[in-house]
Design a protein around this ligand. Structure first.
Ligand SMILES: Nc1ncnc2c1ncn2[C@@H]1O[C@H](COP(=O)(O)OP(=O)(O)O)[C@@H](O)[C@H]1O
Ligand SMILES: O=P(O)(O)O[C@H]1O[C@H](CO)[C@@H](O[C@H]2O[C@H](CO)[C@@H](O)[C@H](O)[C@H]2O)[C@H](O)[C@H]1O
Length: 542
């Protein structure tokens, strides 16, 4: 090969004596692509999850052709190696275009192949790519193209490509809408295994008992061998929606705080109810109903019902071992404690490293967190499986209000990928369904507190008064949710234990979740770290 490229910047052209069809046979290209071209490109991408770590090098571990009679694209599996001695895998579908209009800001690099100039871009930007993959998905129950498998799912009712467009929302992956009816999520961070989002979406569709989740409509899988697969994409029905439950509840909460501001009662007179008590909507005291519309609580009851129905469906299986419920065991306890202690030490380290950047309430709470290291560690280690009678099942795993779509006053649950920080194996371990309940409770807590932090200067109350009101409201939200949730699961044969066990589990999972969130926030939006810090403080002082 006579290619002699020096290291270039983004405006330069990489030249090769190869055609597009044999470009990946060219060692010079592979070397420059991995060493020089990919890094500046991927680190700017929203889906790149390694921003908080130091990238060492990128290796192109797999490339495969995605082609039909008209077009050839490549699928690339990258391995990103970090200085901290871990790796992450990413998927990029790659296209070559000659027309500059296709490239615009999304260009990976300029390239010259056998004297013809062009641009390498992400193939999802091209309609020809989107059409090709959709047509392969809808082709039949299972269509094989080399190591690629395209599957048509039960929710797919179409036999023809009509249209496609980018989803165009902030997300960790890349989603495409087809025929205004289906949404195909192309996974960016990939794992050598089936993606839990695919497994759970397909399971729930096959069972057919939980209707408030989109129907599985297809998938794309890369097969290395009989045992090794990577889920590259998941297609499901598009749920008509007016946005997610996070925005929905924030809007309502803003209204509630504004009413409070207007009427100006003495909020310190309002009393929270005991954490994990359950109350019926009819039992909400008049004093609370003066500021909080009943419809707000009705929405929470409905969310409690949908969450319970999701768990009952996930716990129904008696044959497929991926889903059959399990009891608690000493192996599970060892796994849980190891994972949580490791995560906790990581948070301690993160807080210590960031202490000098904090001030005011943030610093106070961070200091309190460090001072209470021993207490928190003890609480995390205080997990005794022999006292637990409930079942462990496959759960959502990263359940928060942003994972719930709102349509016409009802809720639809999406995105079963699990916690982004966990390994793929950990995400598939069966856990207490109450971990999801704790996830949504933490989200309620985020919502009541972020409404205060986002509007502090507009409220005629002191911070202490607002925090007190937030705690009161939060206690009612959780109690109303819990009443519906527990009643439903218990009457549908999902065992979550009795009162003492439920209380222990919720408290344990709330602590676990808040510790997880502390790391998420310090890594991605440090200003928000105050919310999980406050949550942890409440739990250890309760
Ligand atoms: N089935 C669906 N129907 C309608 N909108 C959806 C559906 N799935 C995802 N979305 C939209 O796409 C956004 C991102 O989806 P999500 O599965 O959370 O992706 P990611 O894992 O990449 O963050 C959601 O917040 C929602 O707005
Ligand atoms: O992007 P994902 O949906 O996989 O989840 C991650 O990001 C979430 C934030 O977008 C984060 O959620 C945290 O913030 C929410 C408010 O923005 C709040 O409702 C959640 O309770 C809180 O955990 C989530 O933890 C993280 O995994």
């Amino acid at each position: 090969m006579s290619d002699t490229n020096q290291k270039k910047d983004l405006n330069d052209v990489y030249t090769y004596n190869s055609d597009w069809s044999e470009l990946f046979e060219n060692p010079q290209f592979i070397k420059e692509f991995s060493e020089d071209i990919l890094e500046p490109y991927i680190i700017t991408k929203r889906w790149y999850g390694g921003k908080a770590s130091a990238l060492k090098y990128i290796e192109l571990v797999e490339h495969f052709r995605i082609e039909d009679e008209n077009d050839l694209f490549y699928g690339l599996v990258l391995e990103v190696n970090f200085r901290e001695a871990f790796v992450q895998n990413y998927f990029i579908p790659l296209a070559l275009v000659t027309d500059h209009n296709y490239a615009q800001e999304e260009i990976i690099t300029k390239i010259e192949l056998n004297n013809k100039q062009g641009f390498l871009i992400d193939a999802t930007l091209l309609e020809s790519f989107r059409k090709q993959i959709f047509e392969k998905i809808i082709e039949g129950a299972k269509a094989k193209y080399g190591e690629l498998e395209f599957r048509r799912g039960r929710g797919c009712k179409d036999y023809e490509y009509v249209s496609s467009k980018a989803m165009g929302v902030e997300q960790s992956n890349t989603s495409i809408i087809f025929n205004d009816k289906y949404i195909l999520k192309i996974f960016r961070r990939i794992f050598v295994d089936q993606n839990p989002d695919y497994e759970i979406n397909k399971y729930l569709t096959d069972k057919g008992v939980f209707k408030n989740t989109p129907k599985y409509s297809g998938s794309i899988t890369l097969r290395f061998s009989d045992k090794n697969v990577i889920t590259l994409a998941l297609m499901q029905r598009l749920v008509p929606n007016q946005g997610d439950a996070w925005e929905y509840f924030l809007n309502q909460l803003k209204g509630i705080y504004e009413t409070l501001n207007h009427v100006h009662p003495d909020v310190m007179q309002l009393k929270p109810i005991d954490m994990f008590d359950r109350i019926d909507i009819k039992a909400i005291p008049e004093k609370i109903r003066e500021y909080v519309p009943i419809s707000f609580f009705e929405d929470i009851v409905q969310l409690g019902l949908r969450t319970a129905q999701m768990h009952v469906a996930l716990g129904l299986e008696r044959v497929n071992m991926q889903f059959t419920p399990q009891t608690y065991s000493s192996d599970y306890s060892v796994w849980l404690k190891n994972r949580l202690i490791y995560q906790f030490e990581n948070r301690v380290n993160l807080v210590e490293n960031n202490l000098h950047k904090l001030e005011g309430l943030r610093l106070e709470l961070a200091q309190e967190f460090l001072d209470n290291k021993k207490v928190i560690r003890k609480k995390l280690l205080d997990f005794d499986e022999s006292k637990l009678k409930g079942e462990r099942i496959r759960i959502h795993g990263d359940f928060h209000l942003g994972q719930v779509l709102v349509d016409d006053g009802d809720f639809y649950i999406i995105d079963f990928e699990g916690e982004p920080e966990s390994t793929i194996r950990d995400r598939k371990v069966k856990q207490s369904p109450l971990k999801d309940v704790a996830g949504v409770f933490r989200s309620f807590n985020y919502a009541v507190y972020s409404t205060i932090f986002n509007n502090l200067e507009n409220f005629n109350y002191s911070k202490e008064e607002l925090f007190h009101f937030a705690d009161v409201l939060y206690s009612y939200m959780t109690a109303i949710f819990l009443k519906k949730y527990v009643k439903y699961v218990q009457s549908h044969n999902l065992s979550i234990g009795y009162h003492k066990e439920i209380k222990f589990m919720l408290e344990y999972c709330l602590l676990e979740k808040a510790v997880y969130e502390l790391g998420y926030e310090l890594n991605s939006r440090p200003r928000w770290a105050v919310i999980p810090l406050k949550g942890i403080s409440k739990i250890i002082n309760s």
